[in-house]
Design a protein around this ligand. Structure first.
Ligand code: ZN
Length: 253
């Protein structure tokens, strides 16, 4: 669908020793096409984090055993790709999880309600998408609470989930800071689509199809053309395998 050009993949190019590619999820695309109005008449309730007893502090996979997966999106970049992805998911009856970057919400505040009105989960992906695991404690905490403040202002709640920026998992310190900010769990993932490396839509589809299983949490990104082009095929492939795309809350409940 939308033809969008990614212009900034600087994160993917700085791969230091010991750092996984997944720790460098990129951002800041440019271009895009018209938004898709897909608002629902009802207003979803203000979301808040939940504690899931028995589940670990960092969740990468659901132990529930149902044939469901959670497609989770880094929320940043061109709002047209965000709207296109949400619309595409909704047309297929899928629900997703959007981890929003705080400064992105400052630029596009209407997207917070757009996500919730579509029946999706909305969460916190830090204020500025810095390498949060490397920040001093006070700065890391400010990154978490800065995004939480924006979510609260826009939706009435701090969002259902926290996911660290530029990291697959949070350090123990960041996980503790997230708990202090009100998020009992850190949302990690067990399938990385690598869509932010712009490998081409078929490669994104193949990677997700090869790795997703019942209970998987899949990492995807708003703001990349490949993700928009791949999503229908990803959803078809999941459907063919009997896997339903649900919100992370639904996956774990
Ligand atoms: Zn991210």
């Amino acid at each position: 669908m939308g033809r969008v050009t990614s212009t900034d993949r600087r994160g993917a190019l700085r791969i230091g020793t010991g750092l996984a590619l997944t720790a460098l999820a990129g951002c800041a695309p440019a271009g895009g096409r018209e938004p898709r109005p897909a608002r629902r008449p009802h207003r979803a309730p203000a979301p808040g984090p939940r504690a899931f007893p028995g589940l670990p502090a960092q969740i990468a996979h659901s132990p529930r055993g149902r044939p469901e997966v959670a497609l989770t999106f880094h929320g940043q970049g061109d709002p047209a790709t965000a709207r296109a992805l949400l619309g595409e998911a909704e047309r297929a009856g899928a629900r997703v999880t959007v981890l929003a970057v705080g400064t992105w919400l400052d630029e596009h505040p209407a997207l917070a309600r757009r996500v919730l009105d579509g029946g999706h989960d909305l969460g916190n992906h830090t204020l500025r998408h810095r390498t949060i695991n490397s920040l001093p404690e006070a700065d890391a905490y400010a990154e978490i609470t800065g995004c939480a403040d924006r979510l609260r202002r826009l939706t009435g709640g701090i969002g259902s989930w926290f996911r660290p920026s530029r990291a697959e998992r949070a350090t123990p310190l960041v996980a503790r800071l997230a708990r202090r900010a009100g998020y009992p769990h850190v949302l990690s993932y067990d399938v990385d689509s690598l869509d932010f490396t712009s490998p081409g839509a078929p490669a994104v589809t193949r990677k997700v199809a090869a790795e997703a299983r019942a209970g998987s949490v899949v990492s995807l990104h708003f703001g990349y053309a490949d993700t928009v082009a791949a999503l229908p095929a990803v959803l078809e492939e999941l459907d063919r395998r009997g896997l339903r795309a649900v919100t992370t809350t639904e996956l774990l409940t």
